[in-house]
Design a protein around this ligand. Structure first.
Ligand code: COA
Ligand code: MG
Length: 289
């Protein structure tokens, strides 16, 4: 998944637009973009929307962002939406792998209730939304077989820290948030799930979005969340490997094979060893999905 577009769960017009946005996934939000009084209504709208769209062949993957465990609303969200068979749940404000295991159990019970194959509801998790969460990043690996991706958030973390801002005058993240970003990346790779970069909130600033998306890709993220449909094509383009990159990866793998799977080879005057081979294999695996 290259692009994952947030859509407020109580906004039917945006939900409709999301389908045609070109996003690889929609994040149907019941959490921060929905006011507290509107939660019951949003659950109904999202559930109807899933029922209407989940059976379609050509559609983005549909994830529901539920409310966090400590709100006491997670069960009510799941009770309504799991019956409508979303592809997965985006789980906010997770504190550690144990929270994901807890969600996994809640999903298992509801899958049984609705005769849904156990484990088919996937999990994406937001892992940096509080200071506490940054100390719980070590045990996501193996927390649930459902876990497909990890992503991070800078807005809730800023609120938790009491930070005045999370970006400097140039628009780049300040140190605490750069640390959170890097830790999410490490944790996702360690857990063998997709590292997904956070949103770029200034949705009229296409240049800033491009820069930040390229930086994410450079560092190893494999996709980025979005908040506005205009951001989707930019993210898709940057996270789609170019034909040159694919050809280069194929050529490198072929050269290793020709060399009898040697540990190190030379190609066009450059040294390539196992990390280069692994990177090439990963790139091809990503486009095969
Ligand atoms: N998904 C689908 N469609 C969206 C959309 C989204 N996230 N954001 C905007 N649109 C639609 C609008 O409905 C509008 O369509 P219309 O003119 O046919 O009605 C069109 O795209 C252009 O929208 P625009 O006027 O540029 O933006 P806006 O001022 O209406 O909305 C936001 C700005 C930020 C409120 C809106 O983009 C949004 O709700 N984003 C998601 C917020 C969210 O989920 N946050 C939680 C995670 S951080
Ligand atoms: Mg939030």
């Amino acid at each position: 998944m290259r692009s994952l577009l947030f859509v407020p769960g109580d906004a039917p017009r945006k939900l409709e637009k999301g389908l045609a946005s070109g996003a690889d996934a929609l994040l149907l939000d019941l959490e921060d973009s929905v006011a507290i009084d509107n939660k019951p209504k949003a659950r109904e709208i999202v559930s109807e929307y899933l029922n209407a769209n989940i059976g379609k062949k050509e559609r983005p993957r549909l994830f529901v962002r539920v409310n966090a465990l400590d709100t006491g609303m997670t069960d009510a969200d799941l009770d309504i939406v799991i019956a409508a068979r979303p592809d997965g749940i985006l789980f906010p404000k997770s504190r550690h792998g144990g929270d994901v295991t807890h969600l996994d159990a809640k999903l298992t019970a509801r899958e049984a209730l609705h005769d849904i194959n156990e484990g088919s509801t996937r999990i994406l998790v937001l892992v940096t939304e509080s200071a506490q969460a940054l100390f719980g990043l070590h045990n996501y690996r193996g927390s649930s077989k459902r876990l497909d991706g990890m992503t991070w958030g800078a807005e809730d973390l800023a609120a938790d820290l009491g930070a005045e801002t999370n970006r400097n005058e140039r628009g780049d993240y300040t140190d605490p948030f750069r640390l959170a970003r890097a830790q999410c990346l490490f944790a996702a790779v360690a857990a063998e799930v997709a590292p997904i970069d956070t949103i770029y909130p200034n949705f009229r600033d296409a240049e800033g979005l491009k820069r930040e998306t390229r930086e994410g890709r450079r560092d190893g993220f494999t996709g980025k969340m979005a908040i506005h449909p205009d951001q989707v094509p930019v993210i898709n383009e940057i996270y789609t490997p170019s034909t040159e990159e694919i050809a280069k990866a194929q050529r490198l793998i072929a050269a290793f094979e020709t060399a009898g799977n040697a540990g190190v080879i030379s190609l066009d005057g450059q040294m390539y060893d196992q990390p280069h081979l692994k990177r090439a294999q990963r790139l091809l695996a990503r486009i095969a999905k």
